[in-house]
Design a protein around this ligand. Structure first.
Ligand code: WT7
Length: 594
């Protein structure tokens, strides 16, 4: 059922088929599972949790669907969801799916500017948010951020506001509506809009190597099939299992492996509002004990930050329910892998290191638990039907094992993104042009003697900080947008916990000369934090007199990456620089960091 042409990025699956994703995630299960728990909501405070049954979930999604329809939302219209990890987030996504609207969830840690860019890019008519979010005992003023973000955007007709806390927020007459009140008036039935297999389901923004984040568009049938099949096989899901993915729904991991995959399988899925360290580093294992979790899915950064806190926090809790441990988002170092396997899983639970991307929609490289022999730090082998290739710099496919190069995918798979919203040309150029006839992942990898894959990280201008994907271009343009900065270049440096951290080189404006190093660094960290998100804020900012540029004006990040880690001697060829003397000046400044 595949019709595809990788050369111009045109792929369709199951063309002619009709379905509704919400029907498959809800209604289809009701005959047997109406009273089974669909979602376990674990709130920020460990004392608060809730079970939502399939019957309730369908009822809430239907009511919210009716609210959206009353606001004029129709099939194909875009709805921005800017919510914390509360059940309303699941209701909202399923409501959109039910009525055929296209949701775009924006991670609630993003700034007003980032949110605004996304609202404008997708032309949303409705934004769904909350008065406040709660995370790690702190309040996040989401409604205020939305007010800031949508000011002057005419396309946004309504803002629906969920009440997460008791805090009052100003409501704009004629635009803002309390979600709960609007839902109260609605019936709990809402007919499903029957969608074509290739109609859009959602847009999710992610960073690329150039420009602003791009809106990857996923469609209906192929995506749902791929998310549910991989969830079932990789987590060996059986009816009655309790499955917990502690990611945020604002990322693709949450879309595929908190919401769509598990719900399509009729599973019990957990939504976690808090952080691994709140109120203490035992939080994950506390929730595993209380909810008798069978499979647990988190990130290498979370594992590293917990390993550092010592084994007592783990041992305190009963983890005998655990069967499978998963990891995703960034390469996992063998030490962290072993700690997860030995300490958390007591050597009894296979660790599934799952490699995939926002673009792939679901897991592409992974062990199958109990089947694949594991190697700490390797994502092992491709999932069923996935055909990989490793390519050298000239685009030649490398044969055999014991090789390293760029990771490409040879054939279309059902879960892949179909385009970048509003920019198919960019989609084609980003993924299908570099290596003709293949999908280029942007990652480097090694294929060892046994044919196992070891992902070594991004080979493009994307930096993966704590599993969050950031483009050097967007951070540089944010820094350059500050009045203290004339020019900026950022690179990734190894970081013990986050895997990679951001190191920024800036050429200051005259005004910055009066400031101390600390003042300038503080101001610029704060600037990026406010302009993009705290996750994009640089670890280090170094003022330099100039940036190393080629004669054509391209910044040579290769040189900066080396200097940033104090490697001053292996800079490679610097003769192509406009002004090779710049390198010595930058090294002199870097040495001052001590
Ligand atoms: C990039 C995709 C997939 C959901 C979360 C991130 C890196 C992801 C692994 C892994 C090594 C990994 C890659 C990839 N990555 N999983 N198991 N081992 N690297 O989605 O934000 O689209 O980022 O994350 O570099 O390209 P994303």
């Amino acid at each position: 059922m595949l019709e595809a042409e990788f050369h111009d990025g045109e792929v369709t699956w199951f063309q002619g088929g009709m379905l509704n994703v919400a029907f498959n995630c809800l209604d289809r299960h009701l005959p047997e599972k109406a009273e089974d728990t669909a979602i376990i909501w674990e709130a920020d405070e460990p004392s608060e949790s809730r079970h939502i049954t399939y019957r309730e979930l369908k009822w809430e999604a239907a009511r919210l669907g009716n609210v959206l329809k009353n606001l004029g939302v129709r099939k194909g219209d875009r709805v921005i969801i800017y919510l914390p990890m509360i059940p309303e987030l699941a209701y909202a996504m399923l409501a959109c799916a039910r009525i055929g609207a296209v949701h775009s969830v924006v991670f609630a840690g993003f700034s007003a500017t980032s949110l605004r860019d996304r609202v404008l890019d997708c032309g949303a008519t409705v934004v769904i948010t909350a008065n406040e979010g709660r995370r790690g005992g702190k309040a996040i003023p989401l409604k205020a951020i939305v007010d800031d973000a949508v000011t002057g955007i005419d396309s946004v007709k309504s803002v629906l506001v969920a009440k997460r806390t008791a805090t009052e927020v100003p409501m704009h007459f004629g635009r803002d509506i309390w979600l709960e009140e609007a839902m109260l008036n609605e019936r709990g039935t809402c007919p499903c809009e029957w969608m074509s297999a290739e109609d859009p389901l959602f847009i999710l923004y992610t960073s690329g190597s150039t420009g602003k984040p791009k809106g990857l568009l996923h469609t209906q049938a192929g995506y749902l099939l791929y998310a549910s099949l991989t969830h079932k096989i990789v987590f060996d899901y059986h009816p009655g299992d309790i499955y917990a993915c502690v990611a945020d729904v604002g990322w693709i991991t949450g879309h595929s492996y908190i919401i769509y995959g598990p719900l399509c399988n009729g599973a019990t899925t957990l939504m976690f509002e808090s952080t691994p360290l709140y109120p203490n580093p035992g939080r994950y294992w506390d929730l595993v004990e209380r909810h008798r979790v069978n499979s647990f899915y988190t990130s290498p950064t979370a594992i590293r930050s917990l390993a550092r806190e010592g084994n007592e926090w783990v041992k305190k809790y009963d983890r005998s329910s655990l069967r499978i441990l998963g990891t995703v988002g960034e390469p996992i170092n063998p030490e962290a892998w072993k700690w997860y396997f030995d300490v958390v899983g007591e050597g009894k639970c296979p660790v599934v290191d799952t490699w995939w991307q926002t673009e792939t929609g679901g897991i592409m490289v992974t062990p199958l638990p109990g089947v694949t022999a594991l190697k700490p730090g390797s994502a092992t082998l491709p999932f069923f039907g996935v055909s990989l290739s490793v390519t050298d710099e000239n685009g030649n496919c490398m044969q055999g094992n014991g090789i390293a190069g760029h990771l490409c995918i040879e054939r279309p798979w059902p879960g892949m993104a179909r385009t970048i919203h509003g920019d198919h040309k960019r989609f084609r150029e980003m993924y299908f042009v570099q290596y003709k006839g293949k999908y280029f992942t942007g990652d480097g990898c090694r294929r060892d003697e046994d044919g196992y894959y070891w992902i070594t990280g991004r080979v493009d201008d994307v930096i993966n900080v704590a599993g969050h994907r950031l483009g050097t271009a967007e951070i540089e343009s944010s820094l350059a947008g500050n009045h203290l900065v004339a020019e900026a270049a950022v690179v990734g440096i190894p970081h013990e916990i986050k895997g990679t951290a951001i190191f920024a080189f800036i050429v200051p404006q005259k005004e910055a000369e009066r400031m101390t190093r600390e003042e300038l660094m503080g101001a610029l960290k704060e600037h990026v934090r406010h302009d993009i998100s705290p996750i994009a804020s640089p670890e280090q900012v170094l003022s330099v007199p100039a940036l190393p540029k080629t004669r054509s004006g391209k910044i040579m990040r290769r040189i900066l990456s080396k200097i940033a880690v104090g490697n001053y001697t292996e800079l490679g060829n610097v003769t192509t620089l406009q002004d090779p003397a710049v390198v010595e000046q930058i090294i002199a400044e870097h040495k001052k960091l001590g």
